[in-house]
Design a protein around this ligand. Sequence first.
Ligand code: S5P
Length: 275
Amino acid sequence: MSPGVQTRSYGQRARNAKNPAAKTLLDTMERKKTNLAVSVDVTKSEDLLAIIDAVGPYVCLIKTHIDIVEDFDSTLIAKLQNLERKHDFIYFEDRKFADIGNTVALQYSSGVYKIASWSHITNAHVVPGPSIIKGLASIGLPLGRGLLLLAEMSTAGSLATGSYTEAAVELARQNQDFVIGFIAQRRMEGLGAGPEEASDEDFLILTPGIGLESQGDSMGQQYRTPRTAVLESGSDIIIVGRGIYGSDPKAIDAISGKARRYMEEGWKAYVERLV
Ligand code: S5P
């Protein structure tokens, strides 16, 4: 584990970032003073846009599952991009690619959603091995996109542990131009590496399974607080979904109030970590 990364500011890390999506994200975090990503998992485009508009001032990143939107049409993308400009954040389509290189390249670039054309960041499981990164990079790298690998999951009984997690870190290490970090529950630098390899590593750690009021759901999700994730586990970005919009996706004032609260909690923990 390299001790330096967690105590370096987002702004300092932005200056060293080689991947454009990672750099933009870190710069946005520093500028807006937020390490909050909101995961907007709703099925109507009207709700999706209203929630993004409500939480926009408080986030560095909006995470989407575009394939759950029932009334999707291509005009939605332009509307999402208007909100990106209005509020100064970037998009992360949580596609969790998991196929051979040729197939994921098509899934990323084509079809109805054309993910690579609008989403700055996406993610992939490492089950297929290095070919999945090669396939996604063939589309994403020329566009300046970044990839996160799922090194761990938040769910009870997750199989992404031990040598699987270490293998994910090794794959990231070999593809640092495109792989910008991990979906994980703790820091990953140095995992499975000698001290030399670990010394200049800087991977973004994005952590889902965050909630202030709940311990989990009925389907295996497990929640920790922003403070635990950022201060104790060294996470860089907290991903919050139902903790913000869960009780009523139409209660826009309550949603923006909750986003502000998560932003404040996340930032406070980060500032404490720096000193
Ligand atoms: O390990 C994971 C990885 C991800 S990307 N656990 C997760 O929960 N996620 C995603 O984060 C999940 O797909 C969902 O979109 C979000 C968590 O939502 P919440 O409502 O439980 O906060």
